[in-house]
Design a protein around this ligand. Structure first.
Ligand code: NDP
Ligand code: OXD
Length: 311
């Protein structure tokens, strides 16, 4: 069997992190880096993929399994051929690093740090009071691997945490809600809303004018999931009227964010280039190799994507 690799960037680093592990775990298996497919592309049974090139899957007649190199699979689901198993990335380092991103922005908003940046430009000494964390509500949309960890960590710092999922969940310290009917309740009770949902037909455009109208006046939004969760013009309108006080965005409908996009120059938007959580090669290589071993042993893979559910 051969394994094909199409990483997000740094092909050589990814190859060097994975190849020795795969060779040790599965002797005789070759790791090929796209577009190189070896003398017999039919030997490639597994592809490790971020952002598949359009012609990739049609050129792999023996493909049986795709392991995503990201947690979100919205881009892969429509292109992975039917009958090919799809697993996504779940990795403790990825989870921890997403929680860091969420904490950073929640604390920044909670403590009103942006005001001091503005004061400093005018050499203004202007202390402001702030409520205790327990008086600040953070609503987390998505209580999966990433949202669940972020929600529990925020709760451990004393914030009031509300969480939203598709199916009912229970999580210590988190007021859990589920199903479409409870979304407005969560939005109306949150000072800061964090989006960590997968992108599916149900969640696309979910943060639109209607949702923003349900959010508290002066609330903040943090979106680290997918750009298409947010309706850009509706967000700009909510910020321009002052209904929302600010937004931290890591993901965008088009990436890289086009230079003329109004988000770049909006004073109430903080933006980062899809770095909320970057894969740590070492940790990811361990997870992928373990799943490859399962595949070869005919055992059920971890983190299988449910195609009907869309995540
Ligand atoms: P999971 O699949 O583990 O969790 C998804 C959560 O969303 C679950 O709680 C699920 O509910 C909930 N959910 C799904 N659909 C709905 C719905 N229609 N209504 C309400 N809740 C819903 O995903 P992860 O936590 O691992 O990842 C989340 C997303 O984060 C990824 O899909 C990806 O897009 C993004 N991401 C972004 C990164 C970045 O750097 N910016 C890095 C990594 C991921 P239930 O519990 O009932 O299944
Ligand atoms: C993602 C990831 O899905 O980086 O965005 O894992």
């Amino acid at each position: 069997m051969d394994v094909l690799l199409h990483p997000p960037r740094d092909n050589e680093r990814w190859h060097d992190a994975l190849a020795p592990r795969i060779a040790r775990a599965l002797p005789g298996t070759h790791l090929r880096v796209w577009p190189e497919r070896g003398p017999d592309p039919g030997r490639i049974e597994v592809a490790l993929v971020w952002g598949a090139p359009p012609d990739m899957f049609a050129s792999l007649p023996g493909l049986r399994c795709v392991m995503a190199l990201g947690a979100g699979v919205d881009d892969l689901l429509p292109v992975v051929p039917p009958g090919v198993t799809l697993a996504r990335l779940v990795d403790p380092a990825l989870t921890a690093s997403m929680t860091e991103y969420v904490l950073y922005h929640v604390l920044r908003y909670h403590r009103g740090m942006e005001a001091y940046t503005a004061d400093r430009a005018q050499r203004l000494w202007h202390p402001r009071s702030y409520p205790p964390a327990s008086a600040r509500s953070v609503g987390v949309l998505g209580l999966g691997e990433l949202g669940g960890h972020a929600a529990r960590t925020l709760a451990s710092l004393g914030f009031r945490v509300l969480g939203w999922s598709r199916t009912a969940r229970q999580m210590e310290g988190v007021e859990c809600m589920s199903g479409p009917d409870s979304l407005d309740t969560l939005l109306a009770q949150s000072d800061i809303v964090v989006c960590l949902l997968p992108l599916t037909p149900e969640t696309r455009d979910i943060l639109d004018a209607r949702s923003f109208a349900h959010m508290r006046r002066g609330a903040h939004l943090i979106n680290a999931a997918r750009g298409a969760h947010v309706v850009d013009d509706d967000l700009l309108a909510a910020l321009d009227t002052g209904h929302l006080a600010g937004a931290a965005l890591d993901v965008f409908r088009e990436e890289p964010l086009p230079p003329d996009h109004p988000f770049w120059r909006h004073p109430r938007i903080t933006l980062t280039p899809h770095i909320a959580s970057l894969t740590s090669l070492d940790s990811v290589a361990k997870e992928l190799t373990a799943n490859l071993r399962r595949f070869v042993a005919g055992k059920p893979l971890k983190h299988l994507v449910d195609r009907d559910r869309g995540y």
